[in-house]
Design a protein around this ligand. Structure first.
Ligand code: ATP
Ligand code: MG
Ligand code: MG
Length: 372
Protein backbone atom coordinates (compact mmCIF):
# COMPACT_ATOMS: atom_id res chain seq x y z
CA UNK A 1 0.00 0.00 0.00
CA UNK A 2 1.41 3.31 -0.99
CA UNK A 3 0.55 6.01 1.45
CA UNK A 4 -0.73 9.24 0.11
CA UNK A 5 -0.14 12.68 1.55
CA UNK A 6 -3.81 13.40 1.14
CA UNK A 7 -5.72 13.76 4.38
CA UNK A 8 -8.72 12.28 2.65
CA UNK A 9 -10.13 9.58 4.90
CA UNK A 10 -9.85 6.81 2.34
CA UNK A 11 -6.08 6.97 2.23
CA UNK A 12 -3.44 6.62 4.87
CA UNK A 13 -3.42 9.63 7.16
CA UNK A 14 -0.72 12.14 6.51
CA UNK A 15 0.57 12.20 10.06
CA UNK A 16 1.03 8.46 9.95
CA UNK A 17 3.98 8.94 7.79
CA UNK A 18 3.70 8.71 4.18
CA UNK A 19 7.43 8.39 3.68
CA UNK A 20 8.16 4.70 3.52
CA UNK A 21 4.71 3.28 4.02
CA UNK A 22 2.94 1.72 6.90
CA UNK A 23 6.08 0.15 8.35
CA UNK A 24 6.80 3.45 10.06
CA UNK A 25 3.52 3.39 11.93
CA UNK A 26 3.27 2.07 15.44
CA UNK A 27 -0.17 0.83 16.33
CA UNK A 28 -0.58 0.58 20.09
CA UNK A 29 -2.91 -2.13 21.36
CA UNK A 30 -4.29 -2.11 24.88
CA UNK A 31 -4.12 -5.80 25.74
CA UNK A 32 -1.81 -8.54 24.49
CA UNK A 33 -4.02 -11.61 24.61
CA UNK A 34 -4.94 -13.94 21.80
CA UNK A 35 -6.62 -11.15 19.80
CA UNK A 36 -3.57 -8.91 20.21
CA UNK A 37 -1.40 -11.79 19.06
CA UNK A 38 -3.49 -12.30 15.93
CA UNK A 39 -3.42 -8.56 15.23
CA UNK A 40 0.40 -8.76 15.35
CA UNK A 41 0.33 -11.63 12.87
CA UNK A 42 -1.83 -9.67 10.42
CA UNK A 43 0.29 -6.56 10.95
CA UNK A 44 3.49 -8.37 10.04
CA UNK A 45 2.20 -8.99 6.52
CA UNK A 46 1.97 -5.25 5.90
CA UNK A 47 5.03 -4.51 8.03
CA UNK A 48 2.93 -2.51 10.47
CA UNK A 49 4.50 -2.34 13.90
CA UNK A 50 2.17 -3.38 16.70
CA UNK A 51 3.10 -2.59 20.26
CA UNK A 52 1.05 -4.08 23.07
CA UNK A 53 0.40 -3.02 26.64
CA UNK A 54 -0.28 -5.98 28.88
CA UNK A 55 0.55 -6.79 32.51
CA UNK A 56 1.77 -10.32 31.74
CA UNK A 57 5.42 -10.66 30.76
CA UNK A 58 4.56 -13.73 28.70
CA UNK A 59 1.18 -12.62 27.35
CA UNK A 60 0.22 -14.34 24.07
CA UNK A 61 1.18 -11.34 21.89
CA UNK A 62 4.49 -10.78 23.64
CA UNK A 63 6.66 -13.07 21.52
CA UNK A 64 5.59 -11.58 18.19
CA UNK A 65 4.76 -7.96 18.96
CA UNK A 66 7.12 -5.24 17.72
CA UNK A 67 7.31 -4.21 21.34
CA UNK A 68 5.58 -5.12 24.58
CA UNK A 69 5.23 -2.66 27.41
CA UNK A 70 4.60 -4.59 30.61
CA UNK A 71 1.95 -2.74 32.53
CA UNK A 72 -1.72 -2.41 33.21
CA UNK A 73 -4.10 -0.97 30.61
CA UNK A 74 -6.15 0.10 33.63
CA UNK A 75 -3.43 2.35 34.96
CA UNK A 76 -3.75 5.90 33.71
CA UNK A 77 -0.08 6.84 33.94
CA UNK A 78 1.02 3.67 32.17
CA UNK A 79 -1.49 4.17 29.36
CA UNK A 80 -0.29 7.78 28.95
CA UNK A 81 3.33 6.60 28.66
CA UNK A 82 2.31 3.91 26.22
CA UNK A 83 0.28 6.29 24.05
CA UNK A 84 3.28 8.60 23.62
CA UNK A 85 4.99 5.87 21.64
CA UNK A 86 2.11 5.09 19.28
CA UNK A 87 0.64 6.79 16.22
CA UNK A 88 -2.75 5.32 16.90
CA UNK A 89 -4.19 3.59 19.93
CA UNK A 90 -6.59 0.67 19.69
CA UNK A 91 -7.87 -2.11 21.94
CA UNK A 92 -8.21 -5.86 21.97
CA UNK A 93 -10.40 -5.68 25.03
CA UNK A 94 -13.15 -3.26 26.01
CA UNK A 95 -12.40 -3.37 29.75
CA UNK A 96 -9.96 -0.49 29.53
CA UNK A 97 -9.80 2.76 31.46
CA UNK A 98 -12.07 4.82 29.24
CA UNK A 99 -11.57 8.00 31.30
CA UNK A 100 -7.88 7.89 30.43
CA UNK A 101 -8.69 7.38 26.76
CA UNK A 102 -10.95 10.42 26.84
CA UNK A 103 -8.13 12.51 28.34
CA UNK A 104 -5.71 11.22 25.72
CA UNK A 105 -8.11 12.18 22.95
CA UNK A 106 -8.34 15.69 24.37
CA UNK A 107 -4.55 15.81 24.15
CA UNK A 108 -4.73 14.83 20.50
CA UNK A 109 -4.06 11.10 20.71
CA UNK A 110 -5.80 9.20 17.95
CA UNK A 111 -7.92 6.49 19.61
CA UNK A 112 -9.63 3.92 17.38
CA UNK A 113 -12.29 3.04 18.35
CA UNK A 114 -13.12 6.38 19.93
CA UNK A 115 -13.35 6.56 23.71
CA UNK A 116 -17.02 7.50 23.35
CA UNK A 117 -17.72 4.21 21.55
CA UNK A 118 -15.95 2.22 24.24
CA UNK A 119 -17.92 4.12 26.87
CA UNK A 120 -21.22 3.13 25.26
CA UNK A 121 -20.13 -0.48 25.00
CA UNK A 122 -18.90 -0.60 28.58
CA UNK A 123 -22.18 0.85 29.66
CA UNK A 124 -23.75 -2.15 27.93
CA UNK A 125 -22.85 -4.01 31.02
CA UNK A 126 -22.65 -1.20 33.47
CA UNK A 127 -26.10 0.26 33.39
CA UNK A 128 -29.33 0.52 31.64
CA UNK A 129 -28.20 3.39 29.44
CA UNK A 130 -26.88 0.77 27.05
CA UNK A 131 -30.31 -0.61 26.66
CA UNK A 132 -31.69 2.86 26.23
CA UNK A 133 -29.03 3.60 23.62
CA UNK A 134 -29.84 0.51 21.60
CA UNK A 135 -33.59 0.78 22.13
CA UNK A 136 -33.50 4.35 20.82
CA UNK A 137 -32.06 2.98 17.64
CA UNK A 138 -34.86 0.44 17.37
CA UNK A 139 -32.67 -2.57 18.11
CA UNK A 140 -34.56 -5.48 19.70
CA UNK A 141 -33.03 -6.76 22.94
CA UNK A 142 -33.82 -9.43 25.52
CA UNK A 143 -35.95 -8.09 28.40
CA UNK A 144 -33.71 -6.71 31.09
CA UNK A 145 -33.62 -4.74 34.31
CA UNK A 146 -31.18 -3.47 36.89
CA UNK A 147 -31.16 -5.78 39.82
CA UNK A 148 -33.14 -4.01 42.46
CA UNK A 149 -32.84 -6.22 45.51
CA UNK A 150 -36.17 -7.84 46.23
CA UNK A 151 -37.55 -7.43 42.73
CA UNK A 152 -35.16 -9.72 40.96
CA UNK A 153 -37.79 -12.24 40.01
CA UNK A 154 -40.01 -9.66 38.37
CA UNK A 155 -39.03 -10.94 34.91
CA UNK A 156 -39.82 -14.53 35.83
CA UNK A 157 -37.55 -17.59 35.82
CA UNK A 158 -35.25 -18.62 34.28
CA UNK A 159 -33.12 -15.53 34.69
CA UNK A 160 -29.65 -14.67 33.52
CA UNK A 161 -27.77 -12.64 36.11
CA UNK A 162 -24.90 -10.60 34.74
CA UNK A 163 -22.22 -8.68 36.55
CA UNK A 164 -21.74 -5.19 35.24
CA UNK A 165 -18.00 -5.15 35.04
CA UNK A 166 -15.15 -7.12 33.51
CA UNK A 167 -17.26 -9.96 32.23
CA UNK A 168 -16.03 -12.13 29.41
CA UNK A 169 -16.38 -15.74 28.31
CA UNK A 170 -19.54 -15.94 30.37
CA UNK A 171 -17.52 -15.50 33.54
CA UNK A 172 -19.74 -12.74 34.78
CA UNK A 173 -22.96 -14.64 34.13
CA UNK A 174 -25.05 -17.05 36.16
CA UNK A 175 -28.39 -18.66 35.38
CA UNK A 176 -31.11 -19.04 38.00
CA UNK A 177 -34.16 -21.23 37.48
CA UNK A 178 -35.66 -20.81 40.95
CA UNK A 179 -35.27 -18.92 44.24
CA UNK A 180 -32.60 -21.29 45.51
CA UNK A 181 -30.48 -20.99 42.39
CA UNK A 182 -30.94 -17.24 42.49
CA UNK A 183 -29.28 -17.07 45.92
CA UNK A 184 -26.32 -19.15 44.76
CA UNK A 185 -26.11 -17.22 41.47
CA UNK A 186 -25.95 -13.89 43.32
CA UNK A 187 -23.26 -15.32 45.62
CA UNK A 188 -21.31 -16.81 42.71
CA UNK A 189 -21.14 -13.35 41.11
CA UNK A 190 -19.86 -11.77 44.29
CA UNK A 191 -23.15 -10.47 45.72
CA UNK A 192 -25.28 -7.44 44.90
CA UNK A 193 -22.48 -5.11 45.97
CA UNK A 194 -20.48 -6.18 42.94
CA UNK A 195 -23.13 -4.66 40.70
CA UNK A 196 -25.50 -6.96 38.89
CA UNK A 197 -28.25 -6.71 36.35
CA UNK A 198 -30.65 -9.31 35.17
CA UNK A 199 -31.92 -10.44 31.81
CA UNK A 200 -34.84 -12.61 31.04
CA UNK A 201 -33.65 -15.96 29.73
CA UNK A 202 -33.98 -15.87 25.94
CA UNK A 203 -34.98 -19.28 24.64
CA UNK A 204 -33.02 -18.84 21.43
CA UNK A 205 -32.81 -21.51 18.75
CA UNK A 206 -29.43 -20.28 17.55
CA UNK A 207 -26.76 -17.80 18.52
CA UNK A 208 -25.36 -15.75 15.69
CA UNK A 209 -22.49 -13.33 15.35
CA UNK A 210 -21.67 -10.70 12.74
CA UNK A 211 -18.39 -8.87 12.43
CA UNK A 212 -18.65 -5.42 10.95
CA UNK A 213 -15.70 -3.24 10.01
CA UNK A 214 -16.08 0.51 9.63
CA UNK A 215 -13.42 2.55 7.88
CA UNK A 216 -12.48 6.12 8.73
CA UNK A 217 -14.48 7.22 5.71
CA UNK A 218 -17.49 5.45 7.27
CA UNK A 219 -17.37 2.68 4.69
CA UNK A 220 -18.81 -0.51 6.13
CA UNK A 221 -17.73 -4.08 5.51
CA UNK A 222 -19.83 -6.88 6.83
CA UNK A 223 -18.54 -10.44 7.29
CA UNK A 224 -20.87 -13.37 6.67
CA UNK A 225 -23.04 -14.23 9.67
CA UNK A 226 -21.72 -17.15 11.73
CA UNK A 227 -23.47 -19.45 14.12
CA UNK A 228 -21.77 -19.73 17.50
CA UNK A 229 -22.31 -22.60 19.87
CA UNK A 230 -21.52 -21.92 23.50
CA UNK A 231 -20.65 -24.49 26.13
CA UNK A 232 -21.16 -23.16 29.68
CA UNK A 233 -21.45 -19.66 28.19
CA UNK A 234 -18.03 -19.95 26.50
CA UNK A 235 -17.74 -19.89 22.76
CA UNK A 236 -17.04 -23.49 21.73
CA UNK A 237 -17.79 -23.82 18.03
CA UNK A 238 -18.14 -21.20 15.30
CA UNK A 239 -19.81 -22.28 12.09
CA UNK A 240 -20.12 -20.54 8.76
CA UNK A 241 -18.23 -17.90 7.98
CA UNK A 242 -16.98 -5.88 15.96
CA UNK A 243 -18.90 -8.46 16.45
CA UNK A 244 -22.53 -8.31 17.20
CA UNK A 245 -23.72 -11.26 19.25
CA UNK A 246 -27.30 -12.10 18.43
CA UNK A 247 -30.02 -14.48 19.56
CA UNK A 248 -32.31 -16.00 16.95
CA UNK A 249 -35.62 -16.94 18.56
CA UNK A 250 -38.10 -19.62 17.52
CA UNK A 251 -40.40 -17.03 16.01
CA UNK A 252 -37.64 -15.62 13.82
CA UNK A 253 -36.78 -12.56 15.91
CA UNK A 254 -33.15 -11.47 16.08
CA UNK A 255 -32.24 -9.95 19.46
CA UNK A 256 -28.99 -8.18 20.24
CA UNK A 257 -26.98 -9.77 23.04
CA UNK A 258 -23.65 -8.00 22.99
CA UNK A 259 -21.42 -5.67 21.00
CA UNK A 260 -17.62 -5.71 21.07
CA UNK A 261 -15.66 -2.81 19.50
CA UNK A 262 -12.74 -4.95 18.37
CA UNK A 263 -11.85 -8.25 16.69
CA UNK A 264 -13.86 -11.06 18.19
CA UNK A 265 -13.34 -14.74 18.89
CA UNK A 266 -16.21 -15.61 16.56
CA UNK A 267 -14.05 -14.29 13.72
CA UNK A 268 -10.81 -16.24 13.99
CA UNK A 269 -11.87 -18.38 11.06
CA UNK A 270 -11.63 -15.30 8.81
CA UNK A 271 -7.83 -15.73 8.86
CA UNK A 272 -8.20 -18.81 6.68
CA UNK A 273 -11.67 -18.45 5.20
CA UNK A 274 -11.98 -14.80 4.08
CA UNK A 275 -10.03 -12.66 1.63
CA UNK A 276 -9.32 -10.13 4.36
CA UNK A 277 -9.19 -11.43 7.92
CA UNK A 278 -10.93 -9.54 10.70
CA UNK A 279 -7.48 -8.69 12.11
CA UNK A 280 -6.22 -7.15 8.89
CA UNK A 281 -9.57 -5.36 8.61
CA UNK A 282 -9.17 -3.91 12.09
CA UNK A 283 -5.71 -2.59 11.23
CA UNK A 284 -6.94 -1.16 7.93
CA UNK A 285 -9.82 0.53 9.76
CA UNK A 286 -7.75 2.07 12.54
CA UNK A 287 -5.11 3.30 10.09
CA UNK A 288 -7.57 4.79 7.65
CA UNK A 289 -6.69 2.36 4.86
CA UNK A 290 -9.38 1.17 2.48
CA UNK A 291 -11.25 -1.80 3.93
CA UNK A 292 -10.63 -5.23 2.40
CA UNK A 293 -12.95 -7.87 1.05
CA UNK A 294 -14.76 -9.69 3.88
CA UNK A 295 -16.25 -12.39 1.68
CA UNK A 296 -15.36 -16.03 2.08
CA UNK A 297 -12.87 -17.70 -0.19
CA UNK A 298 -13.75 -21.18 1.09
CA UNK A 299 -17.20 -22.73 0.69
CA UNK A 300 -17.60 -23.03 4.46
CA UNK A 301 -15.58 -22.90 7.66
CA UNK A 302 -15.85 -24.16 11.20
CA UNK A 303 -13.83 -23.31 14.27
CA UNK A 304 -13.46 -25.26 17.47
CA UNK A 305 -12.31 -23.29 20.47
CA UNK A 306 -10.59 -25.68 22.85
CA UNK A 307 -10.14 -24.69 26.44
CA UNK A 308 -8.30 -26.96 28.82
CA UNK A 309 -8.95 -24.84 31.84
CA UNK A 310 -10.41 -27.17 34.40
CA UNK A 311 -8.82 -30.38 33.29
CA UNK A 312 -5.19 -29.45 34.04
CA UNK A 313 -2.82 -32.08 32.62
CA UNK A 314 -5.62 -34.17 31.09
CA UNK A 315 -6.80 -30.96 29.42
CA UNK A 316 -3.42 -30.50 27.79
CA UNK A 317 -3.39 -34.13 26.79
CA UNK A 318 -6.80 -33.89 25.15
CA UNK A 319 -5.85 -30.67 23.38
CA UNK A 320 -2.70 -32.31 22.03
CA UNK A 321 -4.68 -35.29 20.82
CA UNK A 322 -7.18 -33.06 19.03
CA UNK A 323 -4.43 -30.94 17.52
CA UNK A 324 -2.74 -34.12 16.29
CA UNK A 325 -5.97 -35.19 14.62
CA UNK A 326 -6.62 -31.74 13.19
CA UNK A 327 -3.16 -31.56 11.66
CA UNK A 328 -4.00 -34.68 9.68
CA UNK A 329 -7.10 -33.15 8.11
CA UNK A 330 -6.58 -31.26 4.89
CA UNK A 331 -7.62 -27.63 4.95
CA UNK A 332 -7.37 -27.39 8.73
CA UNK A 333 -5.33 -24.78 10.55
CA UNK A 334 -4.37 -24.85 14.21
CA UNK A 335 -3.89 -21.66 16.18
CA UNK A 336 -2.26 -22.08 19.55
CA UNK A 337 -3.07 -19.02 21.63
CA UNK A 338 -0.05 -19.45 23.88
CA UNK A 339 -1.87 -18.33 27.00
CA UNK A 340 0.07 -18.68 30.23
CA UNK A 341 -1.27 -21.38 32.52
CA UNK A 342 -3.84 -20.29 35.04
CA UNK A 343 -1.71 -20.83 38.13
CA UNK A 344 0.99 -18.66 36.66
CA UNK A 345 -1.54 -16.04 35.76
CA UNK A 346 -3.03 -15.96 39.21
CA UNK A 347 0.30 -15.32 40.78
CA UNK A 348 1.08 -12.58 38.28
CA UNK A 349 -2.16 -10.67 38.29
CA UNK A 350 -2.55 -7.99 40.86
CA UNK A 351 -6.18 -8.72 41.56
CA UNK A 352 -5.87 -12.37 42.44
CA UNK A 353 -9.31 -12.59 43.95
CA UNK A 354 -11.11 -11.58 40.80
CA UNK A 355 -12.89 -14.44 39.11
CA UNK A 356 -13.10 -12.50 35.91
CA UNK A 357 -9.40 -11.94 35.48
CA UNK A 358 -8.27 -15.52 35.40
CA UNK A 359 -7.61 -16.89 31.97
CA UNK A 360 -7.58 -20.36 30.61
CA UNK A 361 -5.00 -22.71 29.26
CA UNK A 362 -4.38 -24.47 27.02
CA UNK A 363 -6.39 -22.51 24.51
CA UNK A 364 -6.38 -23.35 20.92
CA UNK A 365 -8.60 -22.69 17.97
CA UNK A 366 -8.81 -25.27 15.25
CA UNK A 367 -10.08 -23.82 12.03
CA UNK A 368 -11.27 -25.90 9.15
CA UNK A 369 -11.33 -23.59 6.21
CA UNK A 370 -12.55 -26.14 3.72
CA UNK A 371 -15.88 -27.76 3.06
CA UNK A 372 -14.69 -31.14 4.35
P1 ATP B 1 -18.16 -12.79 25.83
O1 ATP B 1 -17.81 -11.34 25.97
O2 ATP B 1 -16.97 -13.71 25.94
O3 ATP B 1 -19.00 -13.09 24.63
P2 ATP B 1 -19.80 -12.40 28.16
O4 ATP B 1 -19.27 -12.86 29.46
O5 ATP B 1 -19.77 -10.97 27.85
O6 ATP B 1 -19.11 -13.23 27.04
P3 ATP B 1 -22.56 -12.80 27.27
O7 ATP B 1 -22.23 -12.70 25.84
O8 ATP B 1 -23.47 -11.81 27.86
O9 ATP B 1 -21.28 -12.91 28.20
O10 ATP B 1 -23.16 -14.24 27.59
C1 ATP B 1 -22.41 -15.43 27.31
C2 ATP B 1 -23.36 -16.48 26.80
O11 ATP B 1 -24.39 -16.75 27.77
C3 ATP B 1 -24.15 -16.05 25.55
O12 ATP B 1 -23.36 -16.21 24.39
C4 ATP B 1 -25.34 -16.99 25.64
O13 ATP B 1 -24.99 -18.31 25.27
C5 ATP B 1 -25.64 -16.99 27.13
N1 ATP B 1 -26.61 -15.90 27.45
C6 ATP B 1 -26.32 -14.62 27.77
N2 ATP B 1 -27.45 -13.89 28.01
C7 ATP B 1 -28.48 -14.73 27.83
C8 ATP B 1 -29.90 -14.60 27.93
N3 ATP B 1 -30.49 -13.46 28.26
N4 ATP B 1 -30.65 -15.71 27.66
C9 ATP B 1 -30.07 -16.88 27.32
N5 ATP B 1 -28.75 -17.07 27.23
C10 ATP B 1 -27.95 -16.03 27.48
MG1 MG C 1 -18.60 -9.72 26.62
MG1 MG D 1 -20.83 -12.42 24.70
Amino acid sequence: CHASTDTNDTSLRKDYLPVHGVSEVIVGVLGGGQLGRMLCQAASEMAIKVMVLDPLVNCPASSIAYDHMVGSFDDSETVHEFAKRCAVLTVEIEHVDVGTMEKLEQQGVDCQPKASTIRIIQSCRINISRKVHFSRHGIPLPDFMQVPRGQVTYLGYPLMLKSRRLAYDGRGNAVAKNDEELTSAVNALGGFARGLYVEKWTPFVKELAVIVGRGRDNSISCYPVVETIHKENICHVVKGSCSLELFLTKDGQVLLNEVAPRPHNSGHHTIESCYTSQFEQHLRAVLGLPLGDPSMKTPAAIMYNLLGEDEGEPGFHLAHQLIGRALNIQGTAVHWYDKPVEAQLKSMLKDEGSETQTAVSPCVGIIMGSDS
